[in-house]
Design a protein around this ligand. Sequence first.
Ligand code: NAD
Length: 260
Amino acid sequence: MLKGKTALVTGSTSGIGLGIATRLAAEGANIVLNGFGEPAQIEAVRRQLEGKHPVQVVYDGADMTKPDSIAAMVAGAVKKFGAVDVLVNNAGIQHVAPVDEFPPEKWDAIIAINLSSAFHTTRAALPAMKKKRWGRIVNIASAHALVASPFKSAYVSAKHGLAGLTKTVALEVAQQGITVNAICPGYVLTPLVERQIPDTAKARGISEEQVVRDVILAAQPTKRFVGVEEVAALAAYLCSGAAASITGALLSIDGGWTAE
Ligand code: NAD
């Protein structure tokens, strides 16, 4: 489906981003991996994807808090492959604390990585997409782009902002063959969620088991985590020709969370 196209997935060394990169490689896209991690592990993923599929996979470790590095990463991909045809803005971090105890440096980092990086990648990738009159931008937002939870002020603000960016850019490029959408997952069991369990327990004064049962899965009527491959399948669908008229949409994949 994506043969000859190139997909850049930010934060694709782990979790949802890795799942999306894996799926898009299976669809035939060349991949630009990004994110932090052990160099040997990242190289193993890169080789595994190239070994399994007839695609090229490169890695760029650009830090999503650094606009110059982001611009250089996108420019490098455009130079090598001709365009970033599919841009998946996925990199994200979380911090859980009451707003009056929220460390300002954590606020700044979350806004930079979860929101501003998507502006920087989008502005750099759009000119080549416009030239080809084809492009797909998929922003990995969250149920927290639609509703709030206590103790996540920065994350909820960034994700609501990402929803606004999604809709705005979608309108700007609607007649140029480029779609821009946000996927809004509920809880997916990745390192990001595993790491916030102890902090949520502390902020709410409950045990970690209670956090999983009474906070995390309580939010999802299905009472189960959303699968990484389910999110990746939705991203792949948005890249297909069948999804050409879906743009500016905030698509929930949250086990019914935001229906309540
Ligand atoms: P994860 O921690 O498994 O992966 C996060 C990725 O982002 C990693 O590859 C990491 O290296 C990268 N990253 C972090 N800081 C970076 C930086 N400064 N520069 C470059 N890369 C950086 O988390 P995940 O759960 O897979 O989250 C991926 C996205 O999905 C995030 O935007 C998150 O908000 C969103 N999301 C996750 C869930 C969930 O329940 N896991 C739910 C809704 C939305």
